[in-house]
Design a protein around this ligand. Sequence first.
Ligand SMILES: Nc1ncnc2c1ncn2[C@@H]1O[C@H](COP(=O)(O)OP(=O)(O)OP(=O)(O)O)[C@@H](O)[C@H]1O
Length: 231
Amino acid sequence: MIVVEELTKRYGRTVAVDGLSFAVRPGHVTGFLGPNGAGKSTTMRMILGLDRPTAGRALVGGRPYASLRRPLREIGALLEGRSAHPGRRAADHLRYLARSNDIPAARVGEVLALVGLQDAARRRASGFSLGMAQRLGIAAALLGDPPVLLLDEPVNGLDPEGVHWLRALLRGYAAQGRTVLVSSHLMAETALVADRLVVISRGRLVADATVAEFVAGAASLEDAFLKAVAR
Ligand SMILES: Nc1ncnc2c1ncn2[C@@H]1O[C@H](COP(=O)(O)OP(=O)(O)OP(=O)(O)O)[C@@H](O)[C@H]1O
């Protein structure tokens, strides 16, 4: 479970996140939607302890991220951009992460196979395509077999087979009673993978509902979204 309470982040005069409160519950894939600059990445960074809130707090499994002793076992995250050092080989990158979180080294081979990178284990991250880098990031998120997944634009760069695979993975994770929060600008993809939505605009909550509730009366999720954020 992820809980965000009255979360606020100001950068100088910019209010990136403005008194935001919501809970992401286990057993669902929750889509995290908002226009460019709405504050999604800033919110995710605060959940992961990478940005300090100006006010409010974010909790993972009831605790602030900074207090988690082995964070990769509590929450797996994928943020925008390449996470591995370019000179590092894929397996070495994951081994390093595993070691620092008391995760058995054997798990590295498992997650590489899970994301379809078993043949690239010895290759350096600098030679990875965007989709391969994204798969490596997803492998890192899965490493600690965490009860919570937080993914920022995870389908970015994935080929159709990868998109299909990721959708099944996320739905499977939720079906196991885990918590899954996925940001996206792709409305059609979100409609396929998510059953709940948290929608923000200008740092504020616009909707916290099931997809069915949010779309009710509109022609599509895209239509409902455009109406909701235009208010
Ligand atoms: N480090 C920073 N310094 C100053 N302003 C920032 C910083 N990070 C984000 N912002 C501002 O905060 C606001 C929210 O940005 P954020 O990246 O969280 O939005 P987003 O919803 O993730 O957008 P996108 O969909 O474009 O990725 C924007 O106005 C952005 O310019």
